[in-house]
Design a protein around this ligand. Sequence first.
Ligand SMILES: NC(=O)c1ccc[n+]([C@@H]2O[C@H](COP(=O)([O-])OP(=O)(O)OC[C@H]3O[C@@H](n4cnc5c(N)ncnc54)[C@H](OP(=O)(O)O)[C@@H]3O)[C@@H](O)[C@H]2O)c1
Length: 284
Amino acid sequence: MKIAVTAASGKLGKAIIEKLIPETGIDNIVAIARNTTAPHLDNLEVRKGDYNRYEDFIKALNGIDILILISSSSEPEERIEQHRNVIKAAKFCGVKRIIYSSIIGNQDKTLFSNIVKSNRQTEKDIVDSGISYTICRNGLYIDPDLEYIPHYIKDGVIENCAGNGIASYTSRNELAFAYSKIATGKHHTNRVYNLTGPAITQSELAEQINNIYGTSLIFKDITPKEYIKLRQEALGSFMGGIIGGIYESIRLNYFNVESDFKKITARDHRTVTEMITEYKNKTL
Ligand SMILES: NC(=O)c1ccc[n+]([C@@H]2O[C@H](COP(=O)([O-])OP(=O)(O)OC[C@H]3O[C@@H](n4cnc5c(N)ncnc54)[C@H](OP(=O)(O)O)[C@@H]3O)[C@@H](O)[C@H]2O)c1
């Protein structure tokens, strides 16, 4: 059984392939990437796949049984069309199941809403294609927060517009573990899963970092308008809007969902404390 992973040059693709290798053996994995020269792709079968190029995927998906489609990072309208290229090629090539990395949280009120809606559109496109599927709605990656810990410590504060909202966090490694089980396990056909860990507030996040790092961070809540302005000044209109929209979505509790992680993996998702501790030990 051949399993292909798209966007294999990226961090989630890398993590999924690492977790798949012990499950399937390296010979049954095909890494599909726009950038085929990423160092972690050495020793793997690598095929070229730019989401903008249907013709790439006609070749890349030849002989593939299961496709793990990792969502593109392009703007919403563009990514819908990019994903359609892959789905159409998967149909042409006779792929038996598509596992799609989507996002949790239905919503229509923030600057992140269009991203969520584009994910829902791709989910629908996959279902409409008639190919069997597993839709995986990922929780929020905690990884960017972990990488940001030195900045939080320098500033003494976690500042955003999440208020008292509760968000379900996960990590790329935890997701990768679940994807490896979904790709190789039975009973995951035509299912929609929420893949997340525990839901916490930003104050709890600050407290947990404090417990592990011995710091005294506080959480400072500012209005969505103020926060979006700050992020857009720093990151530009599109990316700043997305980040601002994510924290406003937390404020509105859009990311507080029930998880299917344990049902799939037969173990608890790592707690936020465990994920922070693991990160600290890795970066010491
Ligand atoms: N749940 C969350 O909290 C969360 C957070 C951030 C992102 N995401 C989503 O999850 C996805 C994967 O995350 P990640 O951590 O792996 O992101 P990442 O490390 O930034 O990787 C993004 C990947 O998308 C690929 N890509 C972009 N445009 C492409 C195209 N036209 N054709 C083929 N590949 C293309 C990139 O390829 P190149 O190496 O060629 O650039 C790269 O492999 C993101 O794309 C985004 O949709 C979710």
